[in-house]
Design a binder for this molecule. Structure first.
Ligand code: PMP
Length: 446
């Protein structure tokens, strides 16, 4: 019996014994195509020689130095690179060990900003339903995934809540995408008014919704209006790009495609490509300047912030992406992947929607395509699809288990940027097999 507290304490997991490129091999020699990059992490695939070499070199130089005593060249270089490529106004980087830590730090930075600038009454965050921002208490509080929140709700801070931007289910037949964006903007405006504009710290949103909805991009104009509303009320905008950022959607940051710049942005996953646990908050100069002029510190910290080996891995990942022009490859392979997904599942009776950007795609599974009726969540179709996919040698990321009943199960796909067209063909083929056997299992159970 495993002594590790795994996600599931029932059943067993295969052992990963080797990995290379887009493949992981288990203890029985079975090979899996990694079509989800784990959880949208492995942007360069596995065992990339440049990243391994950079990590080895850093281990041989300074493997660890606590940031209350030292900075390191590698962490400074990473911060310089991130700032140089960041949206307008971003001037600083706070390095942490993952996505939830990045969100926690962003929430605290936002709060401290208003304390430092003489608006201590701002104490409320607004976030969206059906979102995911991490599993630590602050991140879980702003997250809107009811299944994840339910048993912890009594110990979470109160958060103002608005609808997600989810055109497939929520845009009315009588509305254009732009009108839908506007309706959501009005909802945000009304929620701010209800809470009191001077009490709101920040609006928090994933630029492209990841795990909870499955690669759902915003409708045109949505984030422009959000930005405008936040500015008008002096509210900060926190973009959660932990999953959709760092090249996944074809631009380094997904917000670039929305034509806006957030005040704070959380990144992780693709930042280190899975080679090391690392995340970061990209912070606007305005916020860090306020700290500098005020208390002179950001009142936060972890033992492993700015870890040199993690910074070395992330810096190497960023260098490979730039050198090998992988953002162009994400766009080109993404277009190919979309075409294959639409050709294979466009008329599938149990596929309601195919959406995404770059190499970040979601396939929403429904019982009835015409009415968009989801499968009963209790049937756990996503778990059946995941099991069938693993059987077929495919790592994908099916999610479901909603307790709010407002969406179907979906499969999230986020293959490494280096994936070939031939491998994408295999991904789609194996996914078709997995969806067939997952839905067949439900029909037999019915
Ligand atoms: N935000 C988003 C959008 C995420 O997708 C995730 C992870 N799935 C997190 C935050 C939390 O990141 P981590 O699991 O690294 O703590």
């Amino acid at each position: 019996m495993s002594k590790i507290v795994h996600r599931s304490l029932r059943g067993t997991l295969p052992f990963a014994v080797s990995a290379q490129g887009v493949h992981i091999t288990d203890h029985e020699g079975k090979q899996y195509i990694d079509a989800s990059g784990g959880a949208a992490v492995s942007c360069l695939g596995h065992q990339h020689p440049d990243v391994l070499a950079a990590m080895h070199a850093q281990i041989d130089t300074v493997a660890y130095a606590h940031t209350s005593f030292f900075t390191t060249q590698v962490a400074e270089d990473l911060a310089d690179t991130l700032v140089a490529n960041a949206p307008a106004g971003i001037g600083h980087v706070y390095l942490v060990s993952g996505g939830s830590e990045a969100i926690e730090a962003a929430l605290k930075m936002a709060r401290q900003y208003f304390v430092e600038t003489g608006e201590p009454d701002r104490s409320v965050f607004i976030a969206r339903r059906q979102s995911y921002h991490g599993n630590t208490l602050g991140a879980l509080a702003v997250g809107g995934n009811e299944w994840r929140r339910k048993q912890f709700a009594p110990i979470l801070i109160d958060v103002g809540r608005v609808s997600p931007c989810y055109a497939y289910r929520d845009q009315l037949a009588t509305e254009t995408p732009e009108q839908y964006s506007e309706r959501l903007a009005q909802e945000l405006e009304a929620t701010i008014a209800e809470i009191g504009a001077k009490r709101v710290i920040a609006f928090v949103a994933e630029t492209v919704v990841g795990a909870t909805l499955g690669a759902v991009p915003p409708t045109p104009g949505y984030f422009k209006r959000v930005r405008e509303i936040c500015d008008r009320h002096g509210i900060l905008l926190i973009a959660d790009e932990v999953m959709c950022g760092m090249g996944r959607t074809g631009t380094l940051h997904a917000v670039e495609q929305e034509g806006i710049a957030p005040d704070l942005m959380a990144i992780a996953k693709g930042l280190g490509g899975g080679y090391q646990p690392i995340g970061a908050v990209l912070a606007s100069t305005k916020i860090v300047d306020a700290f500098r002029k005020g208390s002179g510190l950001f009142q936060h910290g972890h033992t492993y912030i700015g870890h040199p080996v993690a910074a070395a891995a992330a810096l190497a990942v960023q260098k490979v992406i730039a050198r090998d022009k992988l953002l162009d490859q994400v766009k080109a392979r993404g277009a190919y992947f979309e075409k294959k997904l639409r050709a294979t599942f466009g008329n599938h009776p149990n596929v309601g929607d195919i959406r995404g950007r770059g190499l970040f795609w979601g396939v929403e599974l429904v019982e009835d395509r015409a009415t968009k009726k989801p499968f009963d969540a209790a049937l756990k179709l996503h778990a059946k699809v995941k099991a069938a996919a693993m059987q077929a040698g495919l790592m994908c990321y099916p999610m479901g288990g909603t307790i709010d009943g407002e969406r179907g199960d979906h499969v999230l796909l986020a293959p490494p940027f280096i994936i070939s067209e031939a491998a994408l063909d295999q991904v789609v083929e194996r996914l078709a097999t997995a969806i067939e056997s997952g839905t067949r299992a439900l029909k037999h159970a019915a």
